[in-house]
Write a protein that binds this ligand. Structure first.
Ligand code: HEC
Length: 455
């Protein structure tokens, strides 16, 4: 026993010596901002964390990370955001690496380097080392916004709020659905959407879920369909955005928001082979018990014809915890299409395949949602409530939006007569949207809900 204890002591002493040695060398070679951290920030963070740059989608992150003073000031928060996985923001599990467009994963090595930089005292180093970093400019960062002010090029149609939306001093979080007006006479004939873009009013816009323009989250570029894929925008369409305003409340913080959106249409003579359809796949009829930390809800959806799946957009509210799309092929084989292990309502991601995914007729989609209605969920508005499907953010939702198209090529020539079924579907979708929308009405909203919130 004694010799064992002795060898423990020797071992312990040994590792103290070792720790001391590595401390010394850490001081010598501690990572510096310019040589080590900046290239990693450039690659993983600066697309969103930059000063006046091309705020893609208009939505902005709180501080630039290509600025030493800022990065140093935020160093403890950076460590925390990295350890918790809050940054870089992305919901899909590691297993999906390489599958979706605009994915945001940080390599383990790079993550460790940033942690070492913070732990080493967030040293500045030699600005000349920045040359190396510049070679590694992140996707989109540093690109110059075209003169038109739109990444999609000069839009064929621009839609805007009827009047600027007033976001009062007291607002911290607010999510109104607002109509975007199509200028009189600007869209009297159906057209095929090729690309769309949200041009947000300012940094107080945290994210946007739109009826036609995809999802606007920080750092996300415009929304474009693959060539030959499109959606028909019928005449005089009903276009809406669900805005998520987020700012520090207080005296003098009120803003007027002027978000707009642009569309680029296919030109006459181009061919539409795949007419994109979308399905919200909402699932209701369940009740989450008060306090339940892990309530599971399941639904299935039968795929009746061969399709190409373009993208998936899980949607829950503040109690949303995790979500999974799983495909059961006709032969019984199963494949997880999307696993979001740590769902965050604040980030409405749309997971778009790099290559549309073929799904054969006869397959079944199995969708599962998990909710945390306990107090351990810091976003939970009320853990004593029994919660059902509903539109308010204090209700819940279990949606599994998909964008897809039948595999059969349509060969529609843009500008020639539209197939009856396509036109009918586009108009029907528009009618349903109009009917179901709960729009914000500036003439009747007296913002009394702000007082209720602050109880
Ligand atoms: C897709 C855009 C995007 C990317 C990429 C991104 N961030 Fe962020 N980041 C944001 C936004 C937006 C916020 C504000 C979040 C909020 O209000 O909750 C934020 C907030 C933060 C915060 C403050 C967190 C807090 O608790 O207040 C830190 C620290 C941070 N980011 C670090 C990073 C680092 C480090 C990286 C790269 C490894 C990174 N971010 C990548 C958009 C991004």
């Amino acid at each position: 026993m004694k010799s064992l204890a002795n060898s423990f002591i020797t071992l312990a002493l040994g590792s103290i010596a070792l720790a001391a040695a590595s401390l010394v060398s850490a001081q010598d070679n501690a990572p510096t901002f310019y040589a080590d951290a900046l290239p990693v920030f450039q690659k993983n963070c600066v697309a969103c964390h930059q000063p006046e740059g091309p705020s893609v989608g208009g939505i902005s992150a709180p501080m630039p990370l290509n600025d030493y003073q800022q990065a140093k000031a935020w160093a403890p928060m950076i460590k925390n955001a990295l350890i918790t996985g809050y940054m870089p923001p992305w919901g899909a599990h590691e297993r999906h690496r390489g599958e979706f467009k605009d994915e945001r994963y940080i390599d383990k090595k790079e993550l460790n380097l940033l942690l070492a930089w913070v732990d080493g005292g967030a040293l500045e180093g030699d600005p000349n080392d920045a040359m190396r970093a510049e070679a590694l400019v992140a996707n989109g960062a540093g690109t110059v916004l075209p003169e038109s002010g739109w990444w999609i090029g000069e839009p064929d149609l621009v839609v805007e709020f009827e009047a600027p939306v007033y976001v009062p001093d007291a607002v911290k979080d607010w999510q109104p659905t607002i109509q975007m007006m199509v200028p009189e006479g600007a869209h009297e004939n159906p057209k095929w959407i090729s690309r769309t873009e949200l041009n947000t009013g300012g940094p107080w816009v945290h994210h946007i879920v739109s009826s036609h323009m995809g999802v606007g989250v920080p750092g996300r570029g415009p929304f474009s369909y693959p060539e030959g894929w499109g959606v028909l925008l019928p005449e005089n369409p009903f276009v809406t955005v669900n805005m998520h305003y987020h700012k520090n409340p207080g005296e003098g913080t009120a803003v007027e928001d002027n978000t707009s959106a642009g569309f680029v249409f296919y030109d006459d003579g181009e061919i539409i082979d795949h007419v994109v359809e979308t399905n919200l796949l909402p699932h209701a009829g369940w009740t989450i018990p008060p306090g339940d930390p892990n309530y599971e809800v399941n639904n299935t959806y039968d795929i009746e014809e061969d399709i190409y799946l373009l993208s998936m957009g899980p949607h829950m509210h503040y109690r949303g915890k995790a979500m999974r799309y799983e495909l059961e092929y006709p032969d019984g084989e199963r494949e997880v299409l999307l696993w979001v292990p740590d769902y965050d309502f604040n980030w409405q991601f749309l997971y778009e395949y790099k290559e549309p995914k073929f799904i054969p007729a006869g397959s079944t989609m199995h969708m599962s949602w998990w909710f945390d209605n306990s107090d351990a969920n810091r976003f939970n508005p009320d853990s004593t409530a029994s919660v059902e499907y509903g539109p308010a953010t204090t209700d819940e939702m279990a949606n599994a939006r998909i964008y897809y198209a039948p595999t059969t090529r349509r060969g529609i020539v843009v500008g020639e007569a539209l197939p009856e079924d396509v036109l009918k579907m586009a108009r029907e979708d528009d009618r349903i949207r109009r009917e179901r929308a709960t729009l914000y009405d500036p003439t009747s909203d007296d913002f009394s809900w702000l007082e209720e919130d602050s109880r």
